[in-house]
Design a protein around this ligand. Structure first.
Ligand code: HEM
Ligand SMILES: *[C@@H]1O[C@H](CO)[C@@H](O)[C@H](O)[C@H]1NC(C)=O
Ligand SMILES: *[C@@H]1O[C@H](CO)[C@@H](O)[C@H](O)[C@H]1NC(C)=O
Ligand SMILES: *[C@@H]1O[C@H](CO)[C@@H](O)[C@H](O)[C@H]1NC(C)=O
Ligand SMILES: *[C@@H]1O[C@H](CO)[C@@H](O)[C@H](O)[C@H]1NC(C)=O
Ligand SMILES: CC(=O)N[C@H]1CO[C@H](CO)[C@@H](O)[C@@H]1O
Length: 329
């Protein structure tokens, strides 16, 4: 009797531990979702991305940004990838002007489809690619939760409503993140993604010329370092929409903690970057990372990326597993 009880407790304990270890989070995502159904999936992503970034390091920026855009419009369900014959998809929205790298997602998808057809979602590929481009840019790596399914709708109006413009103030930034279930800390940590990549002049020229709209000469955003204004003006004429500027000059291909040093020096490129100095919590984080050389930034970034990756996901039987990422089945 006693032996049997002991055995039962051991067994229950084992089941319990197993359950804990194997359990999915509240949204139905979990690390290693494809461990049995497509064990090679993450290896394939890593392989394609490592090679891509070694040949074309400037693709890391747009491929990281793609996950952010995907998640903020309808949730992380791959709608950012959909094409529309009538130009009414998210891809066609103005803030998407700079989204690039769709062909890399397609390349990863077709390699994975060869290994295990119809199993791995495009939304998960975007999340895994975001992790691997950061790692390939000498940044941190983290465990990506998978199990997302792909949506069937992409709507231009929704993209315009949900994407955050570069001139957003701190109050709106905090609210926008909160509405997606992300914290003020997630905001300041994820903004650090601006340590890699480039921006079109048009995303910040309002800060250089005619900032107050009064047409005064030398009317620049006073929160921007005047020397930096001069340097940016030499790169960007008032109506330039084509030129690209490095967001973290000198190391825009390396994922490091320089972003926070730039923001402290009033050299954050967008108003949304500078705005992080206008709230006690975000400001404290910026200062801390700048003075301690990103002591916790790498670890924090992984945590916040996982949080972002949970926004509005489709799991279980919702949505579908697209065969081709740019179109619904
Ligand atoms: C907090 C709100 C945010 C705003 C207002 C914002 C705004 C922008 C803008 C305007 C650009 C330049 C687009 C262009 O003109 O080409 C940009 C680029 C970029 N953003 Fe953000 N962003 C935000 C958050 C994020 C987040 C959460 C991430 C990812 C973790 C991210 C990653 C990037 C990257 C990597 C680039 C460079 C893209 C490239 O190289 O083409 N951003 N962002
Ligand atoms: C989708 O559109 C992109 C350009 O945005 C294009 O390169 C690609 O070939 C299109 N894919 C399909 C399947 O039509
Ligand atoms: C796109 O989204 C907007 C705003 O939510 C909505 O009014 C519109 O009906 C949607 N368009 C389509 C084609 O579903
Ligand atoms: C922030 O921007 C919003 C929306 O543009 C505006 O309503 C609000 O007054 C601004 N807040 C501050 C403190 O400037
Ligand atoms: C400055 O901006 C205002 C308001 O947008 C506009 O009316 C004016 O023409 C601009 N002046 C110059 C010199 O660009
Ligand atoms: C990549 C992409 O589809 N870019 C589009 C972004 O929006 C502009 C303006 O609506 C389009 O002209 C681009 O084709």
């Amino acid at each position: 009797m006693a032996t049997s009880n002991l055995f039962t407790s051991f067994f229950l304990c084992f089941v319990f531990v197993f359950f804990i270890l194997d359990t999915a989070n509240a949204q139905g995502l979990k690390v290693g979702f494809y461990a049995k159904t497509c064990p090679e999936a993450e290896i394939i992503v890593k392989k394609v991305i490592t090679q891509t970034i070694s040949e074309a390091p400037s693709l890391a920026g747009p491929l990281l940004r793609m996950h952010f855009h995907d998640c903020f419009v309808r949730g992380c369900e791959g709608s950012v990838l959909l094409n529309s014959s009538t130009k009414q998809a998210e891809k066609d929205a103005v803030p998407n002007l700079s989204l690039r790298g769709f062909q890399i997602i397609d390349k990863v998808k077709s390699a994975i489809e060869k290994a295990c057809p119809g199993v791995v979602s495009c939304a998960d590929i975007v999340a895994l690619v975001a992790r691997d481009v950061v790692a390939a840019s000498k940044g941190p790596s983290w465990e990506v939760e998978t199990g997302r399914r792909d949506g069937r709708i992409s709507n231009l109006t929704e993209a315009l409503l949900n994407l955050i413009p570069p001139f957003t103030n701190i109050t709106t930034l905090k609210n926008d993140f909160l509405q997606k279930g992300l914290s003020v800390k997630d905001l300041v940590v994820l903004s650090g993604g601006h340590t890699i990549g480039t921006s079109h002049c048009s995303s910040f020229t309002n800060r250089l010329y005619n900032f107050t709209g009064k047409g005064i000469v030398g009317d620049a955003d006073p929160t921007l370092d005047p020397n930096y204004v001069l340097r940016l003006k030499s790169r960007c004429k008032p109506n330039d929409v084509n030129t690209l500027v490095e967001m973290d000059p000198g190391s825009f291909k390396t994922f490091d903690d320089d972003y926070y040093t730039l923001v402290t020096k009033r050299r954050g490129l967008f108003q949304s970057d500078s705005a992080l100095l206008n709230d006690p919590e975000t400001k404290a984080y910026v200062k801390l990372q700048a003075t301690t050389h990103g002591s916790t930034f790498f670890k924090d970034f992984g945590v916040s990326m996982v949080n972002m990756g949970r926004i509005g996901v489709l799991t279980g039987n919702a949505g579908e597993i697209r065969k081709q990422c740019s179109r619904v089945n």
